[in-house]
Write a protein that binds this ligand. Structure first.
Ligand code: RIB
Length: 326
């Protein structure tokens, strides 16, 4: 089993549950709130460790209660926090609204996550080994993400980039050339491809995935929410892995649990399609619970869930070079 190294963010999530997301200028009454460790990097590290991976996290927390709680949460799940440093100032915080239909909106205030510099990543590059899996997201400065991808490539690791949150400016071309696997959701995929964001059909997703592949990532997995995920592999084969039907109460964790699970399966030697099946099931279970790290299912839960739905697992292959038009 290879090691998983997450280079990424940690945020304390402050979550409010309400009937719906308020519009601009509106105040509405919610039903409850809670705080819990989150952040895209930490969520992926937590999920990978809880699902049985050997995980180390490289990141920064502030010198505050939130920072200590976030570190402890990772340590308790078995993640190596030796590359997690505390810096002066405040930790990252995310203010999250969750509506009763499970949808959310988030504001992230990066705090210490902005203190993770390219030199910090370069200083730890010897901790990455050939064959490791390096998970990156976009909640740290983009030059740091680029340094992470360069270091991973130099060490012979496999690089998975989750381009989340959707970048406000185009990403450097070099970043795509250093990535082995790009895992956007449909909004991020559209934005990266220069298209207006919105819900897309699997057929349209296949076309957009091809555009992203041409930007340099050899393989693309597009996360399509309750539709499942679309895999475009190095051989230009596109396969839709459908998600099981579940009762979604909070979708906040889904993308991160997906990536953590994907990394675990790949670290154990699974093929991409099997890794997608595992990740889709783990993400589907996570949306049946409130929260992010607390919503992560165990390995046993995912395996039992997968076994119970095996007969219904449906996949659609779009074949070779020409997917159906949208
Ligand atoms: O992807 C979910 C995460 O996004 C939350 O945990 C929040 O911290 C934001 O980073």
């Amino acid at each position: 089993m290879s090691k998983i190294v997450v280079i990424g963010s940690l945020n304390m999530d402050v979550v409010a549950i309400a009937p719906r997301i308020p519009v601009t200028g509106e105040t509405i009454i919610g039903s409850k709130y809670f705080t819990e460790p989150g952040g895209k990097g930490a969520n992926q590290a937590y999920a990978a460790a809880k699902l049985g991976g050997s995980v180390a996290m490289l990141g920064r927390v502030g010198d505050d209660e939130f920072g200590r709680a976030m570190r402890n949460n990772l340590v308790e799940v078995g993640c190596d926090a030796g590359m997690l440093e505390t810096v002066p100032g405040t930790s990252g915080v995310a203010l999250i609204f969750v509506a009763e239909n499970g949808q959310n909106s988030i504001i992230v205030v990066p705090g210490a996550n902005n203190e993770l510099r390219p030199c910090d990543v370069e200083a730890q590059s010897s901790r990455i080994s050939a064959g490791d899996i390096v998970l990156l997201q976009l909640e740290n400065p983009v030059e740091t993400v680029l340094a992470g991808a360069r270091a991973a490539r130099q060490q012979g690791a496999r690089v998975i980039l989750d381009p989340a949150p959707a970048p406000g400016v185009p990403l450097p071309d070099e970043l795509f050339s250093l990535v082995d696997l790009l895992t956007p959701n449909e909004t991020e995929a559209a934005i990266l491809a220069g298209l207006p964001p919105g819900r897309i059909t699997p057929e349209r997703a296949a076309i957009i995935a091809r555009d992203l592949q041409q930007m340099g990532a050899p393989a693309v997995i597009m996360k399509l929410g309750e539709q499942g995920c679309l895999l475009l592999d190095e051989g230009a084969q596109t396969t839709l892995v459908r998600a099981p039907e579940v009762n979604a109460v909070d979708t906040t964790a889904a993308g991160d649990v997906f990536n953590g699970a994907l990394a675990v399966a790949l670290s154990e030697g699974a093929e991409l399609l099997d890794a997608c099946r595992f990740a889709v099931n783990a993400a589907a279970l996570s949306v049946t619970r409130l929260g992010t790290q607390i919503a992560t299912p165990s390995r046993q839960e995912v395996e039992e869930f997968a076994a119970s739905r095996e007969a219904q697992q449906r996949e659609t292959s779009f074949g070779g070079a020409e997917p159906g038009a949208a």
